[in-house]
Design a protein around this ligand. Structure first.
Ligand code: G1P
Length: 290
C-alpha cells in the first residue's frame, strides 16, 4: 500500500458560528495566538509527510490562498529594509510542498466539498483535515503523532482511518459519532494511538440515539474509493451531502478503522471554544513556546 502524500482541506464554509469575526475575514485566518488557525493545520499535515495540499475554497475566501503564496512586493520591501529574517519567516512552506486550490461552487455539504477535490487528487489515496479543528501543537510533539500514526496504519494495511476522541454527553450532537462492534470496548488511552475496526457512524445524533461517545475529530486517511461513494451520496442530515454517509458505504465494502486521538483538540469554528483556544495559544506563546 502506498504512502499517502495528498491532503484535502475544505475551506469554503462561511463560518456562521464565528460571525461577526468571519464576515470579512475567513474563519480559517482568524488568529490562534500569533498565527492564523489554518497555519497550524497545514504544519500538521506537512509534519505527517503530506506533500500536496488541496484547499477547497470559495470566491470570497481567496485571502486563504494568498496566505500560502509568496507576497513578492512585501518580501522585497522587507529585504530592502534589512528585515531578511522576518521575510524568511514568511516563506516557511517547504520547497517540496505544493498547495493547490479548487472551488466548491455550491455549498452542498462536507461530502460535496471533499468530492470537489477529485480532479486534483485523481487516483491517489488522501487525507482530509478539517481546519475548524486544531490539535494542540504545544504538548510534547503530540501534534504530529495522530495524523502520522493514521497514515502509517493506512500504509500498513490499507484500511481508511478516522480519528476519534471521547466527548462529553452534551457534545455528542455536534459530531459524527462512531458505532463500535459489540466486542470492542474502548477506554481512553493516554500514551498511544490505537486503531480498530468501526461498524459505522451516525452524524450529529441526539444523546439517546448516540451509539457511543467517540466523536469524529476532523482527521481522515481515505482510500481513493471514498470518491466513488461520495459521488453516489445524496443529501441527508441538515440537507447536506455528508462525508459520514460515504464512509458508511465504504465500511460495507472494505475495512475502515477509527484511530483514537492523543492530546487535545480545539474547535476554532465555534465562538466559545475559539476564544478559549485563543487564550490557551496566546498564553503558551507569551510564555515562550513556538
Ligand atoms: C464535521 C463532520 C462531523 C465531525 C466534525 C468535526 O461536522 O461532519 O462528522 O465530527 O466535522 O469537527 P461540521 O463541524 O462540519 O458540522
Amino acid at each position: 500500500m502506498k504512502k499517502i502524500t495528498h491532503a484535502v482541506i475544505p475551506v469554503a464554509g462561511f463560518g456562521t458560528r464565528m460571525l461577526p469575526l468571519s464576515k470579512a475575514v475567513p474563519k480559517e485566518l482568524l488568529p490562534l495566538g500569533n498565527r492564523p488557525a489554518i497555519h497550524y493545520v497545514v504544519e500538521e499535515a506537512i509534519a505527517a509527510g503530506i506533500k500536496h495540499i488541496v484547499l477547497v475554497g470559495h470566491a470570497q475566501k481567496s485571502a486563504i490562498e494568498n496566505y500560502f503564496d509568496i507576497n513578492a512586493e512585501l518580501d522585497n520591501q522587507l529585504r530592502v529594509k534589512g528585515k531578511d529574517a522576518l521575510a524568511d519567516s514568511l516563506n516557511w512552506l517547504p520547497e517540496d510542498v505544493t498547495i493547490s486550490t479548487i472551488r466548491q461552487g455550491k455549498a452542498l455539504g462536507l461530502g460535496h466539498a471533499v468530492l470537489a477535490a477529485r480532479p486534483i487528487i485523481g487516483q491517489h489515496d488522501f487525507a482530509v483535515l478539517l481546519p475548524d479543528v486544531v490539535l494542540d501543537p504545544f504538548t510534547t510533539d503530540l501534534k504530529n503523532d495522530n495524523l502520522a500514526f493514521m497514515l502509517a496504519e493506512f500504509a500498513k494495511r490499507g484500511h481508511s482511518q478516522i480519528l476519534v476522541e471521547k466527548v462529553a454527553d452534551e457534545d455528542v450532537s455536534k459530531y459524527g459519532i462512531a458505532k463500535l462492534d459489540e466486542n470492542v470496548s474502548f477506554e481512553n488511552s493516554i500514551d498511544t494511538n490505537v486503531s480498530f475496526k468501526v461498524a459505522g457512524f451516525v452524524e450529529k445524533p441526539s444523546l439517546a440515539e448516540a451509539p457511543s461517545r467517540l466523536a469524529v475529530v476532523g482527521r481522515y486517511a481515505f482510500s481513493n474509493q471514498i470518491f466513488d461513494y461520495l459521488a453516489d451520496t445524496t443529501a441527508s442530515v441538515g440537507g447536506e451531502i455528508q462525508l459520514t454517509d460515504a464512509i458508511d458505504a465504504l465500511i460495507s465494502q472494505q475495512g475502515v478503522e477509527v484511530t483514537t486521538m492523543l492530546g487535545c483538540s480545539y474547535d476554532a469554528g465555534d465562538m466559545r471554544s475559539y476564544m478559549q483556544a485563543f487564550i490557551y495559544f496566546a498564553e503558551r506563546q507569551l510564555d515562550g513556546d513556538k
